[in-house]
Design a protein around this ligand. Structure first.
Ligand code: PHE
Ligand code: ZN
Length: 897
């Protein structure tokens, strides 16, 4: 086991190639907790045995911020030594009982790792390395043990005492205390341990699985929140049904619990049988949660539930394999949400939304200082590697496997994976091997070693395509060429295996039959080409006119497609492509093209139009289209984000990007004013509230229309739409309509916004998740003359603000630093200075949250002056701070490297 700091106290990198199997196994763990906020006592009795397969070594147990009282080996006081934070025992027998007694202080645990208190309730968070903050242990995922847990606490203050598995015993104790004992029937790594103790209430439901087995499902929340748990419970039931149906994976527990806490670093955690969730991903009512919140709850509940198999039953050998469970489980939750869609068009909308996240968050990560492969080679702090690359790009890698072996083939591969590895801690190689072995005749099996470069090479590949039309022969030759830019530590890349879904569209919009040279007959109108060389040609025959290629349909690979489309070709795809993803993509390309032209043109002056009449007409056509869904229209009519535009530039002047995009938005608002009005009226009444994709899409489009109408009204000074918007805000029957109306006023900077904000706060002052929205809306508002930073400073002094609560910190600080580029990148650098102060302030409280905030500056080196120098100085100021956590230190060190 490596010490995580060297002799100088500098953090040491952990390297994947240094992995060795543990020298000891821990087979059983018997934990007794006496829960007190100021001093919790933990008795940990383990059965330990030597691993005969590796050279003998002392037993080194991890610990962090623990007070050690006693160590017994086979019941006798044992000699031990401390090496840094590790407890080291020498001269041990081959198998023995080890008993360790420690105390810790949950009340002072602001890191929210290990055992902590939130609103008078105890919670744990052990992934990745939090269990060592509860007791000394081999806190690594390949050590799997059987757990038995005895919880003791004051009965009045902590009436509910939960842990993993089954409740086997409960009763009263002297002095008003009580106990419960839990036994987990499955072996698990320590990171899946959990306990909860406090005043909670639950919604319970009994279900019978297809095999006849009965299960108790419970969602635990604070007393006032029970009426907001229906959607989470429904999502859980849907998840259970789906996993059985799609993958044949049943619920393996008698009891499955979800508990919500308002203090949580992440979204949720898949502890075996006892998932712990951020309230944001549990609580929803039509009055307090938006459609997006409902959709997020469905996918996060699904995600954590699906981990029960992909993560818990089969877990990771080491943390470099994190994407083994996370990429796969994101893929599964994406498929789950898509399969719940009644309409195929809603599936496409979900796919576009997922790709948007990938391109706006993961592509920049892959191009920046924190770029790392889906299976990283080294880390200083594993918490920093819960990234969009591990999660979202990891999911794309799994999706490509499914594309290469087909849906049925993928299900077969999953079955083989569980047949081989149930109960084990394994690697990404094991997963890919199982999928390939179950599909021996597939392209995946043929190209497996090369395919696995997706796990080992970082960076977003570029896919350059060119088309050549031979009118005489009726042949269209598509040349595909791939490359991948260097990333930290990886100068040169080998070619990837890239599945390229493709179709050909005639100029009049017809889908053309696809016949490759040498094939006896056409094979459908959409197919998958597999690019494995640096460059390959694909020749389509039997064509009567030059086609428009629709390349990378459904975003079949996480690459940047470069093709020199003419405007006319893009307009054809926008109007006719049978693939909704590429239809949307055509509009994004047109919008991006216009934005980049204006940004790069030194002559381009503020106030001059950016968008062509042709583009505006095409947008109008989509908006007015009689067949297209509202949700799809909303996506097409939303311009690429400032972040996405910035990624396309070598040197970024964030103020210029902001100004140009705002100009585009305004132009779209005014040129289509009548159409927006029509769209609003068509979609403004969605009837009795239901968060289903179709009605959510109509609300989204109505919301966008309202924003556009308020923007146009600001230009013209027209009071009608702002007035109507305020009315809609006041009368809204659900949170989506209400927050959309509020946001329309805030975005337009209309004076009525102040009144609406005050009313919103008064209405929802007791709803923490809604107050988060209230903060976020203001911190994310468009900047007018540098007014957002002073406002953000004010918000931090608001009585409802607390930097210790991660959701609240995110709602103000992250909304400003990471989601409001036009306000954050100030020529006077005050935004950066403020950022550095907040990183340092947060680092002393909660290093994980601080390190996330530190990532707001990832792309500093692309900035134009004076931003670049000022940003670098701000990062250097953070890096120079003594006693920085290794979380934050790793991020800023990489940024400056
Ligand atoms: N494993 C959790 C998930 O993806 C995320 C998480 C990581 C939560 C680390 C807490 C700490 O579902
Ligand atoms: Zn996960």
């Amino acid at each position: 086991m490596l010490l995580s700091r060297d002799a100088q106290g500098q953090p040491v990198a952990i390297r994947r190639e240094d992995y060795t199997a543990p020298a000891w196994w821990i087979d059983t763990v018997d934990l007794t907790f006496d829960l007190e906020p100021a001093k919790t006592r933990v008795l940990n009795k383990m059965q330990v045995r030597r691993n005969p397969e590796v050279p003998a070594e002392p037993l080194r147990l991890h610990g962090d911020e623990l007070n050690l009282a006693r160590v017994l080996v086979n019941g006798q006081g044992a000699s031990f030594r401390m090496e840094g934070s590790e407890l080291v025992l020498d001269g041990l027998p081959d198998a023995f009982a080890l008993e360790i007694f420690t105390t810790c202080c949950p009340a002072k645990n602001t890191k929210l790792m290990g055992l902590f208190v939130s609103q008078d309730t105890f919670f744990t968070q052990c992934e990745a390395e939090g269990f060592r903050r509860i007791t000394y242990f081999l806190d690594r995922p390949d050590v799997m043990a059987s757990y038995s847990v005895l919880l003791r606490a004051d009965k009045a203050q902590y009436p509910v005492l939960l842990s993993n598995g089954n409740l086997v015993e409960e009763g009263d104790l002297p002095e008003g205390r009580h106990f419960t004992r839990w036994v987990d029937p499955f072996k698990k790594p320590s990171y899946l341990f959990a306990l909860v103790a406090g005043k909670l209430v639950s919604r319970s439901q009994r279900i019978k699985a297809r095999n006849g087995r009965e299960h108790l499902l419970q969602v635990y929340v604070r007393a006032g929140d029970l009426d907001k748990t229906e959607h989470a419970m429904r999502s859980l039931v849907n998840s259970i049904v789906w996993d059985e149906l799609r993958f044949g994976l049943p619920l393996d527990l008698d009891r499955f619990m979800i508990v919500a806490t308002s203090d949580f670093n992440m979204g949720a955690m898949e502890n075996k049988g006892l998932n712990i969730f951020n309230t944001k991903y549990v609580l929803a009512s039509q009055a307090t949660a938006t459609d997006a919140d409902f959709a997020n709850i469905e996918s996060v509940v699904g995600h954590e539930y699906f981990h029960n198999w992909t993560g818990d039953r089969v877990t990771c050998r080491d943390w470099f394999q994190l994407s083994l469970k996370e990429g796969l489980t994101v893929f599964r939750d994406q498929e789950f949400s898509m399969d719940l869609c009644a309409e195929p068009s809603a599936r496409a909308v979900k796919r576009i939304e997922d790709v948007r996240v990938l391109r706006s968050a993961q592509f920049p990560e892959d191009a920046g200082p924190m770029a790392h492969p889906v299976r990283p080679d080294s880390y200083i702090e594993i918490s920093n590697f819960y990234t969009v690359t591990i999660y979202e790009k990891g999911a794309e890698v799994v999706r490509m496997m499914q594309t290469l072996v087909g849906r049925a083939g993928f299900t077969r591969g999953m079955q083989l994976y569980f047949d081989r590895h149930d109960g084990q801690a394994v690697t990404c190689d094991d997963f890919a091997q199982a999928i390939a072995d179950a599909n021996p005749d597939s392209e995946l099996a043929r190209l497996l070693p090369q395919f696995k470069r997706w796990y080992s090479q970082a960076g977003t590949p570029r896919l350059a395509a060119t088309g050549q039309w031979d009118a005489q022969a009726g042949r269209y030759t598509l040349q595909l060429t791939q490359s991948c830019p260097p990333t930290p530590g990886q100068e040169h890349k080998q070619p990837f295996v890239i599945p390229v879904n493709i179709g050909l569209v005639a100029a009049d919009g017809r889908a053309l039959a696809l016949q490759l040279e040498g094939e006896p007959a056409p094979q459908g109108e959409s197919r998958t080409l597999v690019l494995s060389q640096a460059s390959e040609q694909f020749v389509f025959t039997g064509l009567s006119a030059e086609p428009v290629p629709s390349i990378l349909r459904g975003f079949s690979a996480p690459v940047i497609l470069e093709f020199d489309f003419s405007d006319a070709q893009l307009l054809t795809l926008l109007a006719h492509d049978g693939d909704p993803f590429n239809r949307w993509e055509a509009a994004q390309r047109l919008g991006l093209r216009a934005a980049l032209a204006a940004i790069r043109d030194p002559q381009h002056a503020a106030g001059t139009p950016v968008l062509s009449a042709q583009f505006l007409d095409a947008m109008r056509e989509v908006l007015r289209h009689p067949q297209l869904d509202a949700a799809f229209k909303e996506l097409v009519l939303t311009l690429p984000t400032e972040g996405y535009i910035a990624e396309q530039l070598d040197v970024v002047d964030p103020q210029r990007v902001h100004a140009v995009r705002e100009a585009m938005r305004l132009q779209l608002a005014t040129a289509l004013a009548a159409d927006w009005q029509w769209a609003f009226e068509e979609n403004s009444d969605t009837g009795a509230y239901s968060p289903d994709p179709a009605s959510a899409g109509r609300r989204a489009l109505a919301g966008l229309a309202l924003t556009q109408l308020c923007l146009a009204a600001r230009e013209s000074g027209d009071p009608v739409w702002p007035g109507k918007t305020l009315q809609r805000f006041k009368n809204a029957g659900n949170m989506t309509d209400r927050v959309n109306a509020l946001s329309a006023l805030v975005v337009a900077g209309h004076p009525l916004a102040q009144q609406a904000l005050a009313r919103f706060h008064a209405l929802f002052k007791d709803e923490a998740l809604v107050i988060d929205k209230w903060f976020a809306l203001q911190a994310g508002a468009p900047d007018r003359g540098g007014d957002v930073l002073p406002l953000v400073r004010q918000l931090m002094k608001h009585p409802d603000f607390s930097i210790k609560n991660p959701n609240r910190a995110r709602s103000v600080i992250f909304s400003y630093c990471s989601a409001n580029p036009g306000a954050f990148h100030r020529p006077d650098a005050a935004g950066y200075v403020w950022w550095s102060e907040r990183v340092i302030e947060l680092d002393a409280i909660n290093p994980q949250v601080a390190a996330r905030l530190a990532r707001a500056m990832d792309r500093w080196s692309k900035l134009a002056e004076p931003y670049r120098t000022a940003a670098r100085e701000a990062i250097a100021r953070v890096a120079a701070k003594p006693e920085l956590s290794k979380d934050t230190l790793e991020v800023v060190t990489r940024a400056l490297a």
